[in-house]
Design a protein. Structure first.
Length: 266
């Protein structure tokens, strides 16, 4: 906690946060107090949070898989449920003979790649996103651990990566357009629309990720795509249409769903 904090200032911050509708006001107050370097910056950070800015944007970081991941304002905040995708991906990567090659597509802040690198420091890791701000975050979070490419899906990837990817992880936008307006204000007003809106049924970008995957996967390689429970079967159908074996994995604890596509081993 900051040296300038006190029980009075803590109580005042909690009261302001609670009045603004922050459910976990006490926890948020502690994080703000421990992060702000000066009283003036603390006041500014509390004001931003009270105005509805996501806590992670205010702090400048998000916690993901036990890591502190740098997050700029205006960049998609990694979600706790995505930790399930990492759990499954790391387990599959550990079955790879030799050095696993991992691709984090639609990488955002690079949180998924950072978690993979922490668990599998020997992996050859690549990440890609089309948002310059997200790429900036990813290059900071993945410095020394991965090569980060800027561009639309597979477009910026080096040709030498074709047919070599053992694990392809992707958390693309999958919110149906008509449901974007129902998202919490923190997401709807402060995160980029292209990171949320997945088109009419939410699967426009998901289908593009799946359609391009076979050309990049190594024989026996796996594609892991995050989706929702109600979209899982349609996502699995797209995986099968791409001539990959499909299965659905879920986590009740994290309310997470992933569809896994596997290229036939030769």
């Amino acid at each position: 906690m900051s040296v300038f904090s006190s029980s009075i200032s803590t109580a005042a911050i909690v009261a302001r946060l609670r009045a603004a509708g922050c459910v976990f006001a006490e926890d948020e107050a502690e994080l703000l107090l421990s992060t702000a370097p000066t009283p003036a910056e603390l006041d500014a950070m509390v004001a931003r949070r009270v105005a509805g800015e996501p806590l992670e944007h205010v702090l400048g970081w998000a916690e993901f898989c036990g890591l502190r991941v740098y997050v700029e304002p205006g960049v998609f905040v990694p979600r706790p449920r995505t930790e399930f995708l990492i759990e499954v991906a790391v387990g599959l990567a550990r079955e790879v003979a030799g050095t696993p090659v991992v691709l984090d597509l639609c990488c955002g802040t690079g949180a998924m790649g950072a978690a993979v690198a922490a668990a599998l420091p020997e992996a050859e890791l690549h990440a890609a996103d089309l948002d310059p701000a997200a790429v900036r975050c990813a290059r900071r979070n993945l410095a020394g651990a991965a090569t980060v490419h800027e561009g639309d899906l597979y477009d910026p990837l080096p040709a030498a990566l074709r047919g070599r990817v053992d694990i392809l992880i992707a958390s693309p936008p999958y919110v149906p357009t008509e449901s974007v307006g129902l998202l919490p204000p923190e997401a709807r007003l402060h995160e980029p629309l292209h990171a949320l809106d997945g088109g009419a049924d939410g699967l426009d970008v998901v289908r593009r990720v799946i359609g391009g995957a076979p050309g990049w996967l190594a024989p026996g390689g796996h594609l892991l795509v995050e989706t929702s429970e109600r979209q899982a079967e349609a996502t699995a159908e797209a995986v099968r249409a791409a001539r990959l074996a499909a299965r659905v994995a879920t986590s009740g604890d994290l309310d997470a769903t992933a569809v896994i596509g596997t290229r036939e081993a030769r």
